[in-house]
Design a protein around this ligand. Structure first.
Ligand code: ASP
Length: 340
């Protein structure tokens, strides 16, 4: 049992900065039971105001970085966000950062920050599946739990985390699986980092891959990223989609392949032609779980393809975009997919 005299005095509590970017957690509808709503309408101050218990676990400050539904998230916002986080954590202004974010592309921003934040301190994304005005809105408890994790020194060194519905996910592994349920995120290949229950944390593991302070990627001088497209494989896939991407200036293409990163013979042929010209072709999978291995049904060595290993198409795209900021060989890029 905790006695009150072990509690840090209010001015000794961990300092947590909440950077708000929008999403359903900041969404509003005209009634509490309607499905239709607009993301990114509630300010960060109103969101903090809705969770009075926050002051009991941390000294929190809010800052509005953007206010968009995450379907409108851009790399310009992601780069701003990463730079802001690096500035705050580098200046030792806070002990941890929470980012409120829409759930649609949360895994992409989490993965991007996992590659580009240069600190061991906790960076925790959270959001909501139900808008702030809904009956049983999930945002306030998610925000409370996210602040508790960001304020917890045990969360440090575990890379960028996502806290939703009492679960602590690692940026590398999590993925959204349900369009409406509050239990939408899963970490299918390597499991959860931990759980958090009304602010009480428990950890199961550390991420297995390189991240944050061990990452070799840097955003110094970076204002935009090379174009990488994702093409979704399906029965009788039109192979000329590859040519369209190349014509539009894609430097890389991620195939959301069927099964173990497969695509039909016609697409393999076009993709191999593009690879020969120097376009990086990464085989990922449209299947929600499992690794994509090299040279399983497709001869990657001969076609000059890269296997995404554990990364789903959206995250493979981000890793490839970061990789292509520098000149690298095919072998080097393949190695990045094993390391990150
Ligand atoms: N479309 C919303 C968004 O990603 C969904 C959500 O936040 O749950 O911003």
């Amino acid at each position: 049992m905790h006695s009150t005299h072990h509690e840090p005095a209010p001015d000794k509590k961990p300092r947590v900065m909440i950077l708000a970017t929008g999403g359903t957690i900041a969404g509003a509808a005209d009634s509490s039971i309607q499905a239709g709503y607009t993301s990114g309408r509630v300010s960060i101050d109103a969101m903090i105001g809705a969770v009075p218990g926050l002051a009991g676990i941390a000294r929190v400050h809010g800052e509005q970085v953007a206010n968009v539904g995450s379907q409108d998230m851009t790399f310009a916002i992601m780069i701003d966000l990463a730079n802001r986080i690096n500035a705050i954590l580098g200046a030792d202004e806070v002990d941890g950062v929470v980012v409120t974010h829409g759930t649609d592309t949360m895994e992409e921003t989490a993965h991007f920050l996992n590659l580009t934040v240069k600190s061991k301190k906790p960076v925790v994304l959270t959001g909501a599946m139900r808008p702030a005005t809904a009956v049983s809105a999930d945002g306030p408890l998610n925000l409370y739990n996210a602040v508790a994790v960001a304020a917890d020194s045990d969360a440090a060194g575990r890379g960028t985390l996502v806290v939703m519905n009492d679960r602590i996910h690692g940026a590398h592994s999590l993925t959204k699986t349900n369009t409406t349920s509050v239990e939408t995120f899963i970490s299918p290949i390597n499991g959860l980092i931990g759980t958090v229950n009304y602010g009480k944390t428990e950890y199961f593991r550390k991420p297995f891959r390189k991240h944050t302070d061990k990452s070799d990627f840097s955003l110094e001088g970076v204002t935009s990223l090379p174009r990488v497209d994702i093409l979704y494989a399906c029965a009788d896939m039109p192979a000329d989609l590859i040519d369209c991407s190349v014509e539009k200036g894609a430097k890389g293409i991620v195939i959301a392949g069927d099964g173990n990163g497969n695509m039909n013979a016609a697409t393999i042929k076009r993709a191999a032609q593009a690879a020969k010209k120097g376009i990086f072709i990464v085989r990922s999978s449209r299947v929600p779980t499992g690794k994509v291995g090299r040279n399983v049904e497709i001869d990657d060595d001969r076609m000059r393809f890269i296997a995404s290993d554990e990364l789903n198409p959206a995250k493979a795209r981000i890793l490839l975009m970061m990789a292509l900021l520098k000149k690298r060989s095919l072998e080097e890029v393949q190695q990045l997919f094993y390391d990150y």
